[in-house]
Design a protein around this ligand. Structure first.
Ligand SMILES: Cc1cc2nc3c(=O)[nH]c(=O)nc-3n(C[C@H](O)[C@H](O)[C@H](O)COP(=O)(O)OP(=O)(O)OC[C@H]3O[C@@H](n4cnc5c(N)ncnc54)[C@H](O)[C@@H]3O)c2cc1C
Length: 469
């Protein structure tokens, strides 16, 4: 008899699991239940639809429903799982017409993802709070995107406030500026993009300002209210103004209710605890993506919700659900964001994270050119390399450079080195590509590593090998 695999969630984790399961076991009956109507959509692309770069919104689909069907997945949209009966191996669902149904499984993969965090702002949330109809938006799903687009196209929108200057906040500021909206970004921390050190966050902030974005840091938005003119009055420390639209992007929290009700344990960030096989500890129940903890190769268990990770974890869960022996190798926290003409990227740990993980981190900042200075258009890339003072082991790297300076691929070199536990001075031995219009005999990645080595004089190779062993 063929194996029945049920997948809850039809985004990066759930679809990756279903596809991998069918790939390894073409006889498996794979049913994916999806609460919304948008299976396998790339929510990472939402800012580029809002900006107008990606049209129509349907282009955001990684695959069409027909592609998924052709790959052997039965996808039930508008179908929300409400309970898991672990002993009876079945789930209860609410169907699109509101009826209750049950689905039996041999193996279950849960990829319910995350929900946007709603900060404590008076006048927001709750039955009487301002919402999308008033021009106050959260932004996580395709439905959220439709609601925002309805506001942006359905009424005159001249000004916008974005609450939160993480990577989605900065991407959205670019999207709204591209639409001709006067855009303000406000957040409590002292510098934008806290995924990089403040020295690099300042470069990102300058780029935003250069494109007309008003950036208010150290600003706590505390209240929202409707004005008589249909605008939104915003109050907070240092901010008492009205805007036509408010977009709140203040992070996410894992959507764990289904699994917690079924008896799963939670850990870092309130996410469901899984092992490297993506097993939840509940018999025949696997989980992946933004709803679970992340195994970090340098930090151990953490919560780091990213699309790249969700795809990999989903693939592992799907393989193991059909009898495979896959392991999630762990994240090193690699991420990248485009901010107008700049690209900001990081991998590994910031100094304070490395300290908390028990290392003795030191950081060197340098600004090597992206290619030979004699070839037109050379631009510096600001690179911060963090490594352990005792062993010289690479712990992290952060880069900010111009779009076109291959920042994303350069951070991937550090990510690869981190994955393999390399020492900083070992990076000089890497055989990296060179031609004058694109690089230098010593690539910028290597020059920044050498700057760290000359500042911190790493231990001699023999001592280093002993320390890294
Ligand atoms: C605007 C934006 C930009 C982003 N940009 C990037 C980026 O550039 N790079 C990057 O790595 N990451 C990015 N991310 C993060 C990335 O999109 C997420 O990490 C990824 O989507 C997580 O996938 P997931 O499958 O775990 O969960 P989600 O994408 O949250 O999907 C959850 C799925 O579960 C379904 N579901 C939930 N509950 C139920 C239920 N009870 N029953 C049935 N179905 C249910 C939902 O309908 C959905 O299909 C971005 C996110 C956003 C919002």
């Amino acid at each position: 008899m063929s194996r029945r695999l049920v997948v809850v969630g039809g985004s990066d984790a759930g679809i990756s699991a279903g596809l991998r399961a069918r790939e390894l076991d073409p006889t498996a009956e794979v049913t994916v239940v999806v609460a919304d109507a948008y299976p396998n959509f790339s929510i990472c692309g939402i800012p580029y639809h809002v900006s107008g770069d990606v049209q129509p919104w349907q282009s955001l689909a990684h695959r069409t429903s027909a592609d998924l069907e052709a790959a052997g997945l039965t996808v039930r949209i508008g179908t929300r799982a409400t309970a898991v009966d672990v002993t009876g191996q079945r789930i209860t669902v609410t169907t699109p017409d509101g009826a209750t149904d049950t689905l039996a499984y041999d193996e279950l993969v849960v990829g319910t993802g995350a929900r946007p965090s709603v900060p404590a702002i008076a006048g927001m949330g709750g039955p009487d709070g301002l919402g999308a109809a008033d021009g106050v938006h959260l932004l996580h799903t395709i439905d959220d995107t439709h609601a925002l687009m309805a506001t942006l196209t359905g009424r005159p929108v001249r000004s916008a406030l974005i609450v939160g200057a993480g990577y989605i906040g900065v991407e959205m500021s670019e999207a709204l500026v591209a639409r001709g909206v006067t855009t303000t970004v406000a957040q409590r921390p002292a510098e934008v993009l806290s995924t990089v050190d403040a020295e690099l966050g300042a470069l990102v902030r300058a780029e935003m300002a250069a494109h007309g974005v008003e950036v208010l840091t150290g600003t706590d938005v505390t209240g929202l209210a409707r004005t008589d003119g249909g605008r939104i009055a915003v109050s907070g420390a240092g901010l008492h103004r009205s805007f036509d639209v408010v977009v709140v992007v203040a992070g996410v929290r894992p959507d764990v209710q289904l699994l917690v009700d079924a008896g799963a344990r939670t850990g870092a960030g309130g996410a469901v605890v899984v092992d490297e096989t993506m097993a939840t500890g509940l018999p025949h129940v696997w989980a992946a993506g933004d709803c679970v903890v992340t195994h970090h190769r340098l930090m151990g268990l953490t919560y780091l919700p990213l699309g790249t990770t969700a795809h990999k974890q989903g693939r592992v869960a799907g393989a193991n659900a059909v009898g495979g022996q896959a392991l999630f190798a762990g994240s090193v926290g690699t991420q990248v964001v485009k901010v107008f003409g700049l690209v900001a990227a990081r991998t590994g740990l910031l100094e304070h994270e490395a300290l908390a993980a028990g290392f003795r981190p030191v950081t060197t900042q340098s600004s090597p050119d992206d290619h030979k200075a004699y070839y037109p258009g050379a631009q510096p890339i600001t690179i911060r390399v963090t490594a352990d003072a005792d062993t010289g082991r690479l712990l992290g790297a952060q880069l900010v450079g111009r779009l076109g300076s291959e920042v994303a691929k350069r951070v991937d070199v550090y990510a690869t080195a981190l994955f393999h536990g390399m020492a900083v001075d070992g990076m000089a031995d890497l055989d990296l590509a060179y031609t004058p219009p694109l690089g230098s005999p010593w690539d910028a990645v290597q020059m920044a590593a050498q700057a760290w080595s000359s500042e911190h004089r790493p231990p001699a190779p023999a001592a280093r090998a002993a320390a890294l062993a």
